[in-house]
Design a protein around this ligand. Structure first.
Ligand code: SD4
Length: 324
């Protein structure tokens, strides 16, 4: 390429780049208020949870407060048997919960294997804000919760107990994809200051082995935030998500120039290629970059993401990797 062509091509590139940045900025700035447009996304079809997070952002809450408010909605909802109160127990009949949070400054907190505390994402935030540690487990996490004013609560509902008794009749451990074990909530928010944060909460897998911990409380696997680049959250089989440190991987792929959508697709493909039996489980991701662009992708059919932006809460059905 001669010098003149090079200069010509470079200037086209410059125009394309500034056009791209302009488009990104349009998505970022609210036409009416002139402020940065707050956005909330979450895993699965959690309409109320995502609306709660989105409205909190519009009311000026920071991204972490808003993300936790969204997650708290599902932790309280007895219909969700994979999060908080009403969650399915492990194979000994105990409900044990995992959660994590990460803010725009790179602070993070998580709790694993916590019993008798409903709002474990809030507890993870307490660990982040009021302990010298990042992660607390089991009895230690429970004691910390009580010390910080959380209430002891029996989270095993009659419904979960009955289903568990049914399960005990066969004790067969083969979760049905997208039906059992797939209501983990991960919320990523961008606030009116343009800062990103996230929160994630789950009981993991129904009838898991006692002591089992999944990806959701593992920073980098179930959740990761880098305020300069973007954020990602995971749902699905934690054993597979942990093997690729999926959420961190997505943020790093975005750092290297991929869009949130491309990054989610790449992370799912990596799992699909390395797993011995990808048709037997689900893995799905959501992601947002600093410009407010979002992405979502899953291994199997059936995943959806909620996105709240400009006052509208929309469900988006996910594209998926494994075609039948
Ligand atoms: C786990 N990733 O503990 C969680 C399960 C999940 O929706 O996402 N359920 O492995």
């Amino acid at each position: 390429m001669d010098r003149r062509n090079f200069i010509k091509k470079s200037s086209y590139g410059g125009v394309a780049l500034s056009l791209g940045l302009h488009l990104a900025a349009c998505r970022s700035i609210n036409a009416v208020s002139g402020k940065i447009n707050p956005i909330s996304i979450c895993t699965w079809g959690f309409v109320d949870a995502n609306a709660a997070a989105g409205r909190a952002l519009e009311n000026g809450n920071n991204a972490l407060d808003a993300a936790i408010k969204g997650v708290n909605v599902e932790e309280k909802d007895l219909k969700n048997t994979t999060v908080g109160n009403g969650a399915a127990p492990d194979r000994e009949g105990n409900v044990t919960l995992d959660a994590s949070v990460m803010d725009h400054q790179g602070n993070c907190g998580s709790v694993v294997y916590v019993q008798d505390i409903q709002n474990v994402a809030s507890l993870a935030r307490e660990v982040m804000d009021h302990s010298p540690h990042v992660m607390l487990a089991g009895d230690g996490a429970y004691q910390f919760a009580i010390n910080r004013g959380f209430k002891k609560q029996n989270l095993l509902t009659d419904n979960s107990k009955n289903q568990y008794r049914e399960w005990l009749k066969t004790s067969k451990y083969k979760p049905v994809i997208n039906i059992e074990n797939h209501d983990t909530i991960g919320v990523i928010c961008r606030d009116i200051n343009g800062n990103l944060s996230g929160a994630c909460s789950t009981s993991g897998l129904a009838y898991k082995m006692p002591g089992r911990v999944g990806d959701s409380p593992i920073i980098g696997a179930g959740l990761y935030v880098d305020n300069e680049i973007g954020a990602a959250a995971a749902t699905g089989l934690g054993e597979e998500i942990m093997k690729t440190v999926g959420s961190f991987l997505i943020v790093e792929l975005m750092r290297n120039g991929k869009s949130p959508q491309e990054a989610c697709e790449e992370a799912v493909k990596r799992t699909a290629k390395r797993a011995a039996n990808p048709e037997d489980f689900q893995v799905a991701y959501i992601a947002m970059n600093k410009a407010g662009e979002t992405g979502y992708y899953s291994l199997q059919q059936g995943f959806a993401m909620m996105e709240y932006s400009n006052g509208t809460n929309r469900r988006k059905e996910s594209a998926y990797y494994l075609k039948t």
